[in-house]
Write a protein that binds this ligand. Structure first.
Ligand code: HEC
Length: 267
């Protein structure tokens, strides 16, 4: 009889103790589900958006299915000698311009996929060719132009429709955890936080949430789109991340470990 009572008490105690753990486990699982659903929704939204983006990009770079070429007036050469000289001069000038453009990344209207641009560009060298104020002014007819760039690939599913936070970090307050340069923002968004860390970057501070930022470099098809998205993020948080308070990504090149049996790569 006493034994029976003891057992009951023990059981009740056990339940009391275990209760919060079970509850928090259920909550945690629910969060993971919410996260996964959002990720899936983001991918879907991106699929829909990418077609639209390609059209916008084509229109802006004048690549829209061969429309532009018909409008160029073709004039017969007046003086073949003068023409030849002029051409040579033109060629020389173009060469200089091309060289200058190749030196500094990055260009407006660049259709290069984000991963390719990353592979070609050394750490710290990525610079947004857009200023968010200019982009907003150029598209003043649509006051939502910038936020639309952010929502199209599904960023809003996790960060809130305007980037003000949902179950993922708010982007419009405080200094960003991985640094605030264009270079580190581009890399974080394209690679996601796990890969960014693998590639040698370290955060300045732990974010609000210890979930990884997913890799969005497949969903966002061109570097141009990614720069427009970075422009939006800057537009909502200029106070905490002003140009004079530069926090470059903290980067240490990862040590190359040669697989057993193979010689270390010669450099
Ligand atoms: C599936 C949810 C999810 C999606 C979709 C998502 N993010 Fe994130 N993002 C996160 C999480 C979680 C973190 C925090 C990661 C960390 O701190 O390591 C984060 C971090 C960030 C940060 C750094 C925030 C800070 O304060 O340091 C930026 C900037 C960011 N995301 C931008 C974007 C952009 C732009 C997109 C769309 C192209 C996007 N995210 C899509 C979940 C998401």
């Amino acid at each position: 009889m006493i034994q029976d009572k003891r057992l009951k008490v023990a059981k009740a105690l056990g339940l009391l103790l275990a209760g919060p753990f079970v509850a928090s486990a259920v909550l945690a699982t629910a969060h993971i589900f919410e996260f996964e659903i959002a990720a899936a929704e983001a991918a879907e939204a991106a699929e829909r958006a990418s077609h639209r983006f390609v059209r916008i990009a084509q229109a802006e770079t004048g690549e829209a299915d061969g429309e532009a070429s018909t409008e160029l007036p073709i004039e017969p050469p007046a003086d073949p000698v003068a023409e030849g000289e002029a051409e040579a001069k033109d060629a020389a000038e173009t060469e200089v311009v091309v060289e200058e453009e190749e030196e500094k990344c990055c260009k407006k209207g660049d259709r290069t996929p984000p991963f390719k641009l990353l592979a070609e560009t050394a750490p710290g060298e990525l610079n947004n060719p857009y200023d968010w104020r200019e982009l907003a002014a150029e598209n003043e007819k649509d006051p939502d132009y910038l936020v639309k760039q952010f929502r199209a690939p599904g960023c809003g599913q996790c960060h809130g429709a305007n980037g003000g936070g949902k179950f993922c970090p708010t982007l419009n307050k405080g200094v960003w955890s991985w640094g605030n340069t264009d270079d580190v923002l581009f890399r974080l968004i394209a690679l996601g936080s796990v890969e960014l860390e693998k590639q040698g970057w370290t955060r300045y501070q732990q974010g609000e949430i210890k979930a990884p930022m997913p890799e969005m470099g497949q969903v966002v098809k061109t570097s141009d789109q990614l720069w427009r998205i970075v422009s939006y993020i800057r537009s909502i948080n200029p106070g905490a991340n002003p140009p004079e308070k530069v926090l470059p990504g903290k980067y240490t090149p990862p040590i190359q470990v040669a697989p057993p049996g193979e010689a270390a790569p010669a450099e």
